[in-house]
Design a protein around this ligand. Structure first.
Ligand code: P1T
Length: 383
């Protein structure tokens, strides 16, 4: 079955009690049992909920995985994965990643003895030399947030597996439509489903998908024991969003390509980060492992000052100044003060995340209008 068909049909059957074509929102905390130990597969909603089960079945199919566990947020999903490990274990993560992921690894799990190391994984040899006998997991974001570097999932998985280390890919920026990391050798894939998967900026949600039975069992145990479950209404909304995932992502990617080209030719812009450009340092890997090049574009300004950047950020009208990404509407963001403020400035600068870097999440509007909006805002810089 191809992706669009799976998005609409995988795991989705008419409701057995009424025939409702749309998965009902099972807004219940518990289920009546016929007798002690005799039930219909559902006992208490922290453990399982039918709306959540349908979402999990659908997401597992989209990522070509066997198991999916759905969470209350992307960071709750990451939190559960990190709870698979114990004090003294080391996690090696990409040196460019979402600020909240960095914060969770260093400022929460760091306190209980998990060691986070950050490495430029676009150079696979850097990873090889960073792996120690305590390394248990490689945490890959690709494309990275916000510099849009691309990590070769297959190459990293081969290196990790040769040393008995597992690989988790945060697939948020790609969505399963563009890239399926389990097919490339990764052991675990996670998402902030808040982004492309839901796609309508009205839900916070996350998920983990794996083919590893032991990992899945342990994650289900952790979820039931610790409780980071999504509500049924949120699961319903994410399911509804998924039905158009392929259409939305395709349009975002087409728009992003045109916007990246417009920015590249603009005199106020010093650099555009977009993996679809042939001269992007990791373009070939992107072309190999992604279906299209994504809907995210970052760029820097010649002016290289926060004051000038602020002028652009506050003068767009269609691009809304907001955190998040992957919705139908376009967003403009300032990573240094918004999504990546929790990363120390010297670490941000090492990967090129300057105070003048601007990040765009390109929506599905008409691209001519989006370009005009950026043209007007950038004119404020020239003036
Ligand atoms: O917000 P939440 O659903 O908890 O997901 C966290 C998360 C995890 N991984 C990546 C790659 C992310 O980008 C995020 C959230 N990111 C933003 C809010 C942002 O604007 O970048």
């Amino acid at each position: 079955m191809k992706f669009g068909t799976k998005a609409i049909h995988a795991g989705i059957d008419p409701d057995p009690s009424t025939g409702a074509i749309m998965t009902p929102i099972y807004q219940t905390s518990t289920y009546v049992q016929e007798a002690p130990g005799i039930n219909k597969g559902y006992e208490y909603a922290r453990t399982k909920n039918p709306t959540r089960t349908v979402l999990e079945t659908n997401l597992a199919a989209l990522e070509n995985g066997k198991h999916c566990i759905s969470y209350a947020s992307g960071l709750a999903a990451m939190d559960a994965i990190l709870k698979l490990y114990k004090p003294g274990d080391e996690i090696i993560a990409t040196n460019d990643l979402y600020g909240g992921s960095y914060r969770l690894l260093t400022k929460i799990f760091g306190l209980v003895g998990l060691k986070g190391t950050f490495v430029n994984m676009t150079d696979a040899s850097e990873l090889t030399s960073a792996i120690t006998e305590n390394t248990k997991l490689i945490w890959v974001e690709t494309p990275t947030n916000p510099m849009l570097s691309i990590v070769d999932i297959q190459a990293i998985s081969e290196i990790a597996h040769s040393k008995g280390v597992k690989v988790c890919v945060d697939n948020t920026f790609s969505s399963p439509y563009l890239q399926t990391p389990l097919d490339l050798g990764a052991d675990i894939v996670m998402h902030s489903a808040t982004k492309y998967i839901n796609g309508h900026s009205d839900v916070i949600n996350g998920c983990v998908i794996t083919n590893d039975d032991t990992v899945a069992d342990r994650l289900r145990f952790i979820q039931n024991a610790a409780g980071a479950v999504p509500g049924p209404m949120d699961c319903f909304l994410v399911l509804r969003g998924i039905k158009t995932l392929h259409l939305r992502v395709e349009r975002s990617c087409q728009n992003a390509e045109k916007i990246a080209s417009f920015l590249k030719d603009h005199p106020a812009v010093s650099k555009v980060y977009y993996p679809g450009f042939k001269d992007h340092p990791n373009h070939d890997i992107a072309a190999k492992q992604m279906r299209m090049f994504g809907g995210m574009v970052s760029f820097d300004l010649h002016a290289n000052s926060f004051e000038t950047t602020e002028k652009v950020l506050s003068n767009t009208h269609l691009f809304s100044l907001a955190e998040s990404l992957g919705g139908v509407e376009s967003l403009i963001g300032h990573p240094a003060t918004m999504t990546h403020a929790s990363i120390p400035k010297e670490d941000r600068l090492k990967v090129g995340l300057t105070d003048s870097l601007i990040r765009l999440s390109i929506g599905v509007e008409d691209v001519e209008d989006l370009i005009e909006d950026l043209r007007m805002a950038l004119a404020m810089v020239d003036a």
